[in-house]
Structure formats: C-alpha cells, structure tokens
Design a protein around this ligand. Structure first.
Ligand SMILES: [Zn+2]
Length: 379
C-alpha cells in the first residue's frame, strides 16, 4: 500500500468568516472542531491573484511577486493582466511536492488561475473552459455535463465534483481547488443564493470526507467582501483638483467585470516626477473616503509587496470606498445599492482551517496570514 497522503487545498474565493458563521456548513464545522482553526490576515491589495499565489506558494507577495490582478507596463504604457506563470517568482506547492513523488492537479473556476498557477501541476482544469483542460484524458463535459456559467454558484459545485474525480480515480495525490467569488459579490452571507452556494458545497465536502476519512484538507480564502457606496477614478479626480499624474490603476482590474467592474479598495498611482509625491498625496488624502496614502517603499515594507511591481504611490479606501474607471466625467460615482467588492484593508479577515494534519499549538503565532496555510504540509 502506498504511504502517500491524499491532500486537498481549498482556496474558497471571497470566503470571509461571516460566510462561515451564517451558512449551514456542518462538514466544514466538523473540520474546525476536530482540526486547526484560526482567523488570519489576507495580504494587501486584497485581490485574488495576490492571495491565491501566496496560498499556492506559501510566501508573501514580496517574494512571489504578484502584487495585483493587473500591472502597468511602463514600456508599452498599457495595463496588462498579472496572470502569467512566468511572473511568479517562487515555486508553487505543486513544484515543491513533485520531488517527494506527489502528483498535483490545479482545479480552478477561472481561466486566469490556470495560466497563473500552472507550474508543476500535472492536471490543469478551469471550469470556465473545460475544453482547454490539460494533463488528463478525462472528458470533463462527457463525465459531468456542461460546466455551469462562470457567473453562477453551481460552477463551484461542478468543479468540486471534478476535484473528487481526480483525487479518487487518478494518480493525483494533491489537488488545489479554487472557486469563483461571484456568489459573494452578488450576496451578503445571509442571501438566499449564498446560503445555497455554501450549504451545497459543504454537502459535497461531507461526502468526500466520509468516503476518504484520511484526506488532509487545507482551507483558506483570498479576501473578504463588503458593500461599497463610492468609487473614485483618480485619473479624472486628481487633475480636477489641480494635480497631474501619469496613470492610476485599480489593483483589482481583471477580466471578470460582471463581478465588480474592476473597482477595488486599493489604487496604484504612477507619477510624472518623483517630486510630485507630496502634492498628489495631499490631494488624495483630502478626498472623503480615502483612508491612507503610501509611497512605494513604505507600501512595500508595510504590506510585504514587491516594490518594482506597484506604483509610485499606493492609495487605500475606507470600508465604503473603491477606485477604478468610472463612467462619470467628474471621476466620482455613487455605486448602486447592493454593490459588493473588496481590494482594501477592510477585507483582510479570512479563515484558515487545517484538518487531518497535526499542528503543534506552540505554532499558533506562526499562523498569521493566509499564505501560512500550507506551512505544515511538509514540502
Ligand atoms: Zn478573490
């Protein structure tokens, strides 16, 4: 009999503790009761790629290098998605597991994760595009039916069924399961669709744990989620206040615009001249709802970011305020009731759960951030 363990890493996108609290999730709560649980910090900017890469590599963004969902290419002067494996500067858990004889699968709802975290995974499936799956001859649509729409809660359930197949029916030892946070963007924890999303997911998890009692589960999230009421487009607002900047970008910018219109609680600003900092910082700080302004090196130091991969300035919003390209000429937009997103310092609380792997209580203080999730995995 093989002495290899079966390992499931769950990156539940947007799953902040209030969703865990509000939802009917008996299997997850059983893992908490019998395993390790702590509420830990997500990394700033609290957007998916930054934290997904941190969880997958077990290190902060200062080391893995993914500092947002997008970056601004100063050469071409274009915004580009930060979703390429070449941009990840440290090994993934898949690469770390391989020398120990472990084969891995990257199972994600989103195509951007398939490109970003692909390195070292034998099987790679994005439920959004099952026809582009790699590394196995399983016909996913034949097996599970067509994948539900990327803007639905059911896509996460479909993906979990696919994950169960790779762990139970193939030679994969470690599966990394990453959902979409569409349900969290659409509804607070008490919403009907959200309650369905998580209770149905938990039912599938419970079946998996019953069938595989030794399965190790490592579960955390990339960020929380809050209602937001105001958006600033700094490319418009700053000039109207008499300042000139080179470019401002929401760190949340990604292709999934139906979720959040790319609005998020952190903006990077590139200046024309470094001497402009004080004047532009002063304009930003005077905007209602701007929480803080940092220069590049203070931001890199405070938030463990890679200084070459952020702007000259990092601006954060308060709990109600986000940044991004508005439709209004003024650069200020009141957001419709019910608009939910993340990206700032008010979405940093996330759960961390480890089940079927002993953690010494003396290590409690070593579990500080979501990227500590896999520190006890052993490779
Ligand atoms: Zn996310």
């Amino acid at each position: 009999m093989s002495d290899k363990r079966k390992i499931l890493v769950v990156m539940m996108d947007g799953f902040e503790p209030s969703y865990l609290q509000a939802s009917d999730m008996p299997a997850t709560k059983r893992m908490i009761a019998n395993g390790f649980y702590k509420t830990v910090k997500a990394m700033m900017p609290t957007v998916t790629n930054v934290n997904n890469t941190g969880i997958c590599c077990g290190v902060p963004p200062s080391l893995h290098g993914i500092t947002a969902n997008s970056y601004f290419d100063l050469q071409t002067r274009k915004e580009e998605y930060m979703d390429k494996a070449e941009m990840v500067l440290t090994p993934t858990v898949f690469e770390r597991a391989a020398p120990h004889g472990y084969k891995s699968a990257l199972m994600t709802a989103k195509k951007k994760t398939q490109t970003l975290l692909r390195t070292g995974a034998t099987i790679r499936l994005a439920a959004e595009a099952p026809q582009d799956a790699e590394g196995s001859d399983i016909d996913w649509v034949d097996r599970l039916g067509p994948a539900p729409n990327i803007y639905s809660p059911e896509i996460n359930h479909w993906l979990f069924e696919a994950t169960r197949i790779v762990l139970n029916e193939t030679d994969i030892d470690l599966a990394y399961y990453h959902t979409t946070d569409y349900p969290m963007h659409m509804e607070p924890p008490w919403g009907e669709m959200s309650l369905f999303h998580l209770s149905e997911w938990d039912r599938l998890l419970g079946e998996m744990l019953d069938a595989n009692p030794d399965l190790e589960v490592y579960m955390s999230a990339d960020h929380g989620m809050n209602f937001k009421s105001r958006c600033y487009d700094l490319n418009k607002v700053v000039p109207r206040k008499g300042g000139q900047i080179f470019f401002a970008m929401s760190a949340e910018r990604d292709p999934y615009i139906k979720h959040h219109r790319t609005f998020g609680g952190t903006a990077f600003v590139w200046l024309n001249h470094s001497g402009d900092f004080d004047r532009i910082a002063d304009i930003c700080r005077r905007l209602d709802g701007v929480e803080a302004v940092y220069d590049r090196y203070s931001a890199a130091s405070k938030f463990e970011l890679h200084p070459d991969r952020i702007g000259d300035m990092l601006v954060t919003g308060d709990i109600d305020t986000v940044f991004g390209p508005t439709d209004t000429e003024s650069g200020v937009e009141e957001l419709p009731e019910g608009f939910r997103t993340h990206g700032g310092s008010h979405e940093t609380d996330v759960p961390l759960i480890v089940y079927n792997r002993d953690i010494d209580p003396k290590d409690w203080h070593g579990y500080r951030c979501n990227y500590d999730l896999i520190k006890s995995i052993g490779f």
